[in-house]
Design a binder for this molecule. Structure first.
Ligand code: GLN
Length: 542
């Protein structure tokens, strides 16, 4: 029997609802339950794929090629359960499905309304694609009280009624602000937020209260009384040093115990949190430190590189070192010499990106890494820039560029209009819609025997997630290989370059895919582990 836990947020946004949901799921998992996490987003975009990284942060891509909210990254990193297309939905998608149905005449003449048609579509989504999961945790995006989230709240209210208390639980995450002049944590915003929830017919079963300090028993009692929640179900969600400590901290505060109690699962085995304890131990007591420069464009909003930053830290956990990240806006290299900024770093990473702005600065960063033999990791756009750098500075093609930047003479990186997925041919045109039309999701890649990547992965065939429109142009392969750049990973049909590397360099790898999306703290991605290992070797040189 699948049980549903609905997680809402109140008082303010950015309370870390995604992380809280992920951590709760991971603790339930360590008690032996099978979990799945979902996110319901109230905005009107059909998916976040067309949103600016400055607005929305990273777009997380699933194996089955969905462009989703970055919280799905937290879900995967905490539980190891691969997210699917069916784990994220937006108001935009719900409405576009409902309207398409209306146009087909599927509503048989009915007046199509938010209740019941939109709410039915939301409920259908929540209950879809479930097999033998013990718990499905559904996080509702936004803050209670927003106009946009009302249909979602109404849908989960109805589900609570239909499935009953034995199968549903409402968890509300709030904030207890500390007012220094009063020397007190304030409970009023939480009371108001719960009132707001009650006004749409939802009585929370549990409150998780974010706070920067211990919550005195008196305050817990007060919250319980005013919000009509059992005192033990008012769970302090205290700030911790590292996000990977959250499952342990929540467990210590009684979170999973209360969930089990709610569902009558008091006999459930106790959680085994050793995995998390080991990770936290390594983060707390590293044996050294390396500095990695991330040369990108969206460095002012670090959420744009959420999975990347985590994957680099996982590489640090694997090697027992702290990874310090220097976020550098690539545009500065267009007016200044890269040397000043990159001189004492132990590794340089150019991440995924879009558009011409800042591209020449990234190419300068690649040149610096190549010439100074500093470990270099290029991801997606970062691989494309490495190829353009080789073409311009080594292969005698000064006009080499990407057709992403406009019509050009030497499209070393070009628009891909046709490719194969399994045994199907996928086609795209120049003027196609921008949403959902990139090469998206998991694709296989064949590694060259004896290459560095074959050694790193320990396999010949790998599968990694993609999100890009342009590809390294195979017509230039020979001229590029003559410069010492080896094409060590190719698509199974041998047409699309997936990985380039330089055997004459301590560590220089560019990948067309996004390995950061699959890295987990307890299962660091081999490329990040290897890159950080190379950075440690470099740190002994500088
Ligand atoms: N802009 C490049 C492309 O579309 C790279 C995309 C990325 O880095 N994710 O191919």
């Amino acid at each position: 029997m699948t049980r549903f836990i609905f997680i809402t947020g109140g008082v303010v946004s950015s309370l870390g609802k995604g992380l809280a949901s992920a951590a709760l799921a991971s603790v339930l998992q360590t008690r032996g339950f099978k979990v799945r996490l979902r996110k319901l987003d109230p905005y009107l975009n059909v998916d976040p794929g067309t949103m600016s990284p400055y607005q929305h942060g990273e777009v997380y891509v699933t194996d089955d090629g969905a462009e989703t909210d970055l919280d799905l990254g937290h879900y995967e990193r905490f539980t190891g359960v691969a997210s699917r297309r069916s784990d994220n939905i937006t108001t935009g998608r719900i409405y576009s499905n409902v309207i398409a149905k209306e146009r087909r005449g599927d509503y048989l003449g009915a007046t199509v309304q938010v209740i019941p048609h939109v709410t039915d579509a939301i409920k259908e989504f929540i209950k879809s694609d479930i097999t033998d999961e013990d718990f499905v945790l559904c996080e509702i995006g936004g803050t209670v009280g927003d106009i946009e989230s009302l249909p979602f709240l109404e849908a989960i209210r109805q589900l609570g009624n239909e499935l009953g208390r034995e199968r549903t639980m409402f968890v509300h995450l709030t904030l207890l602000p500390y007012i220094p002049s009063a020397g007190e944590l304030k409970t009023k915003p939480t009371q108001h937020s719960v009132k707001e929830l009650l006004s749409v017919g939802i009585q929370p079963d549990m409150l998780m209260c974010r706070s920067d300090r211990e919550i005195p028993q008196g305050e817990r009692r007060k919250i319980a009384l005013f919000c009509n929640v059992r005192e033990e179900a008012v769970i302090p969600a205290l700030d911790v040093d590292t996000i990977y400590e959250v499952p342990i901290s929540y467990h210590d505060q009684g979170l999973d115990e209360q969930v089990c109690k709610h569902f009558g699962l008091a006999e459930a085995p106790p959680p085994d949190l050793d995995r998390w304890r080991r990770i936290v131990e390594r983060i707390r007591f590293p044996e050294g430190e390396v500095r990695i420069a991330v040369v990108g464009k969206y460095t002012s909003l670090l959420d744009s590189y959420k999975s990347l930053a985590e994957a680099l830290h996982h590489g640090g956990i694997a090697n027992n070192v702290r990874v310090r990240l220097d976020w550098i806006d690539s545009q500065i290299f267009e007016s200044e010499d890269a040397v000043h900024h990159l001189e004492d770093v132990h590794g340089i990473l150019v991440p995924g990106g879009f558009g011409e702005r800042g591209a020449s600065g990234k190419i300068e960063a690649v040149r610096f890494a190549r010439e100074h033999k500093v470990p270099y990791f290029g991801i997606c756009f970062g691989m494309q820039m490495a190829v353009i750098e080789a073409a311009r500075n080594q292969a005698g093609l000064p006009n080499a560029t990407s057709s992403e930047f406009g019509p050009c003479e030497e499209p070393v990186v070009g628009l891909m209009t046709e490719w194969t997925r399994g045994n199907q041919t996928v086609r795209r045109g120049n003027g196609d819609d921008l949403g959902g039309t990139m090469r998206l999701g998991a694709y296989e890649c064949h590694l060259r025997d004896g290459s560095k990547v074959a050694e790193i992965y320990g396999h010949k065939v790998i599968s990694e997630r993609h999100r890009h429109r342009y590809e390294v142009n195979i017509d230039y392969m020979e001229r590029l290989e003559a410069t010492g750049l080896v094409f060590s990973g190719m698509s199974p049909d041998g047409v699309l370059p997936e990985i380039v590397e330089r055997p004459d360099h301590p560590w220089f790898v560019g990948v067309q895919f996004h390995p950061e999306l699959k890295s987990k703290p307890f299962d660091p991605h081999p490329l990040f582990t290897s890159f950080i290992k190379a950075a440690i070797a470099q740190s002994r040189l500088v």
